[in-house]
Design a protein around this ligand. Sequence first.
Ligand code: SF4
Ligand code: SF4
Length: 411
Amino acid sequence: MGVLKNSKKFTRRDFLKRTTAGIFSSGVLVNRGKYFRVKGEKFPANDVEMKYRILGRSGLKVSEIGMGTWEAPNENVMSYAIDKGINYIDTAPEYKEGEEERMIGRVVKNRRDKVVIASKIFTTSKSTKQETMKSIEAILKRMQTDYIDIIMIYQVGEILPRRGITKGIERLKNENVIEVANQAKKDGKIRALGVSSHGGDLTGYMNYAIDSGNFDMIMIKYNFMTFPEEEKITKKAKEKNVGSVAFKVVGGAYDQKIKGYENSRTPEFRRAAIKWVLSNPNITTLVIRMPTFEEVNNCLKSLSEKMGYNDKKMLERYASAVKPYFCRWCGTCTQACPYSVAIPTIQRYLMYYTNFNHQRTAMQKYAKLLPEQRAEYCFECSALCEKICPNNIPIKEILTEAHRTLKSDIT
Ligand code: SF4
Ligand code: SF4
């Protein structure tokens, strides 16, 4: 299975043959017919064949389901996913301070040409050519590889004054970054340049990235609760031969807020969310966490199923219950805030804390915001932001809760 051409189907027979032959370097995975064992534990094998799509003008052939590595799975699970045809792996230097990149490098060492790896660089509007190149070289070094398939400008939309980022759009316009990326492509160090989104004004940044002609792909928050602008973005990207990679596909795991509601962490729910995203032909692939063998198999299973009535109803029920809390990161509200409160960003940090149990990460991130970006001002404010939020989010209530929750360790 080459990632540019000559893709070969990976069948169950191949799986059985290769596992019997001990393809896994650790030697811990043992075939037992319909099952395999890892360190004595028994897992059902999965027969589903992977499907692939082309990532825009990069020509990279990527699996419809990609692996996210914020909290990457262990090396055996990642190896299994790759052997099952999952060839798109998304990472970033920030994930465990480069440790995830190092681990990916170890896992793909003897099959580098079988995977498409996407990582990110944190450039500003003022990054020099030397700084940009240094960031790319650092990734190559951590992964012990000669090339990285995709480099994205990381988290465009985040306003991080401490890191010199005050206007996201200016980051995309930095010619130094574009020139270095183009040269790195010629030198064979990267194959594609992209943009990953976070924070507010998703629409503005993504439209700029697509129209500029400088970017081969975008990474966009996209799920069954998406708003119409996101559909338009993926359509335009396809027309301009720019690949679209979806993330946050399961809709935020807000079920903890909904008493008596079905759990959005169930296998059925996750498959329904995947099927919904892939039903859009303008999406090239999606990135999702797969921490266990079961989760890899569950994600694969979604490729063998059609979106059914029950799937739609399940997603609709969740969407309707979660709607009052679900920020779309459009950034509209920030125009009305008389301060500089990072409204969509803080809501995301609260989501990390409450929904994903990443308390420490959430509090650390909140601590890194400047005082004027935090929600301290919201307590005494008349909340003009809420008047222009197109989704009627109770911003003041959520942000004051966020401040109480996230500030505890930073005072
Ligand atoms: S409640 Fe006031 S301070 Fe807080 S985000 Fe809204 S407008 Fe800004
Ligand atoms: S709170 Fe509302 S206006 Fe602000 S980013 Fe979220 S959805 Fe958009």
